[in-house]
Design a protein around this ligand. Structure first.
Ligand code: GLN
Length: 546
């Protein structure tokens, strides 16, 4: 392994361009060439991590194996590259400043005046090098969040600019948007030109410009953009809209982007290796039979981000599993408040082949979720409960099968007579002291599966499984016996048997819950077993008349 090579990806003109997808796709092209690739996401916000942000504000909180609460783009990198990233791969302004200030307080700057320049970029560089080294990468992609020209990303751009001192150590890929205004019907390059100029003013000259647009950029505009941006025409790469993000690596490869990148580093390229991926993309683009899956949650107050962003890993996991079963998923959002308004609305659930209640926090919409779960249990609709969705399933079972009236989680009702879901003992102090950041039960935890259970079977009869977690509450051990006696099966527990990790119901086509978030480990070509189980049951349900 030689020195790590860096590929910095910046964005221009608009946010929401799919920079994360482009970054992941570039990584995939290099991985297909046999290189070890890793990726880092830089986010210019002051939050130390994404864990304290509402998903409807910022998108999903992606949890890494080591318990990092990070940006959703890390999920893209993991899915495209089929790797596991640590929390080091997510860098925020908050982390950088917190370290610099701590070092200053510890006299680690040896009496110097600590300043924004050079100390902040130096800390950014230290973090980048550390993440790249930890992954033993040949190539490290660095995606800089936000849009060039934003005040808050300047220090990160300065940090990478300073890093490009040695020949062949770093290249820059600028992803810019090219609008096609309706009244003109013509693709315009001016905003992209300006965004490159903005980069130039910081001292960065892009090696490539990726032209994100509704359509592929044509020759005339390529020439224009090349001239104004100081980039060769062949180094302007078209990235038109696609019906699936998984087609992006193929679109880039057709333009020999991987080869061109390797040439910039004076490295050799070997032809074609994306054969499996090509087959996969062809398959998913030609599926006919649909399977309708409903996700029940509290949906309002969405702000700038869409629901898709808030649940991206869940959605991708549904897709991966559906494609494996050769069906096209149709995913719909069901507002749990609707069920609270009128029980009649529960009948809407009948048209779905499977229902998911995903992770969540707080009391809003909870009663509607519980009603929906009861309906799935009683009407044999395949159901998967993720974290909060499992906790709600336990509450539903306690209330309606064990007849524990008012059973609840103490997260919502601290005074419930039957706290079937209660706070983890070690979490009480955190809440009391308002220590909310990075204090949940986070990251990989082992669970032991009970032999002979359905979940044990879904997992290929493994006795020990590892999944990522993010929660403060658990099934209250005091109620386990009662719940079991009434028929709820706890199919997996923590190795010390203290925490219930999985539940299931016998005599149901598919009713499973997990305290974990299996969606973080699903990959396009390796769907997660719990999602596979749900979709298989959903497909079987589609074949039955209803
Ligand atoms: N709010 C619940 C808890 O903290 C569930 C969390 C989740 O769904 N991720 O335990």
């Amino acid at each position: 392994m030689g020195k790590v090579k860096y590929i910095v990806v910046t964005g221009g003109v608009l946010s929401g361009l799919g920079k994360g997808t482009i970054t992941s796709a570039i990584g995939q092209l290099l991985k297909a060439q046999g290189h070890n690739v890793t990726a880092i996401k830089i986010d210019p916000y002051i939050n130390v991590d994404a864990g304290t942000m509402r998903p409807t504000e910022h998108g999903e909180v992606f949890v890494t194996y080591d318990g990092g609460e990070t940006d959703q783009d890390l999920g893209n990198y993991e899915r495209f590259l089929d790797i596991e990233l640590s929390k080091r791969h997510s860098i925020t302004t908050g982390q950088v400043y917190a370290t610099v200030i701590e070092k200053e307080r510890n006299l680690e700057y040896g009496g110097k005046c600590v300043e924004v320049i050079p100390h902040i970029p130096q800390e950014v560089q230290r973090r980048i090098a550390l993440a790249a080294k930890q992954s033993k990468a040949d190539f490290c992609l660095i995606e800089i969040g936000g849009t060039v020209g934003d005040y808050q990303s300047v220090l990160f751009l300065e940090a990478v600019r300073e890093m490009k001192r040695e020949k062949n150590s770093m290249i820059f890929v600028h992803v810019a948007y090219l609008p096609i205004p309706k009244n003109l019907g013509e693709m315009k390059t001016k905003p992209a030109q300006h965004s490159v100029r903005e980069l130039n003013s910081i001292g960065i000259q892009p090696d490539f410009v990726v032209a994100r647009a509704e359509k592929p950029i044509d020759k005339v505009r390529k020439e224009k953009l090349a001239l104004f941006c100081g980039v060769k025409e062949r180094d302007i790469i078209a990235a038109p809209d696609t019906n699936t993000i998984y087609a992006v690596p193929l679109i880039l490869e057709k333009q020999e982007f991987g080869k061109k990148i390797l040439e910039k580093f004076d490295m050799k390229y070997h032809k074609g290796k994306l054969t499996n991926w090509k087959k996969f993309v062809e398959k998913i683009q030609n599926l006919k039979q649909e399977v309708k899956i409903g996700i029940v949650g509290k949906y309002f107050d969405i702000g700038d981000y869409t629901l898709e962003d808030s649940y991206v890993s869940v959605i991708e996991s549904i897709k991966h599993a559906s494609w494996h079963h050769a069906v096209k998923p149709v995913i719909q959002w069901l507002d749990s408040k609707d069920f609270e308004k009128s029980k009649e609305n529960l009948k809407k659930l009948e048209q779905y082949r499977g229902i998911i209640v995903p992770g969540g926090f707080g009391g809003s919409g909870v009663e509607g979720k519980i009603l929906a779960i009861q309906y799935c249990r009683e009407h044999k609709i395949p159901y998967l409960g993720l974290c909060y969705g499992m906790q709600m399933a336990v509450i539903e079972f306690a209330r309606n099968v064990c007849k524990l009236e008012g059973a609840h989680t103490t997260e919502v009702n601290p005074h419930t007579k039957h706290p079937v879901i209660d706070i983890l003992p070690e979490q009480k102090k955190n809440i009391a002291g308002k220590h909310y950041g990075a204090t949940m039960r986070l990251g990989n935890c082992i669970a032991k599966l009970k032999k002979g259970t359905k979940i044990w079977e879904y997992y290929g009869k493994q006795e020990k499984v590892v999944e990522r977690h993010r929660h403060r509450y658990e099934v209250n051990p005091r109620y386990i016996e009662k719940l079991e006696q009434a028929g709820l099966v706890f199919s997996g527990q923590s190795p010390d048997r203290r925490l219930m990790e999985f539940i299931e119901l016998p005599n149901h086509p598919y009713f499973a819950g997990t305290q974990a978030h299996p969606e973080f480990r699903s990959r396009p070509l390796k769907p997660h077993p719990l999602y596979l189980g749900l979709i298989r049951a959903a497909v079987e349900r589609s074949q039955k008349p209803i």
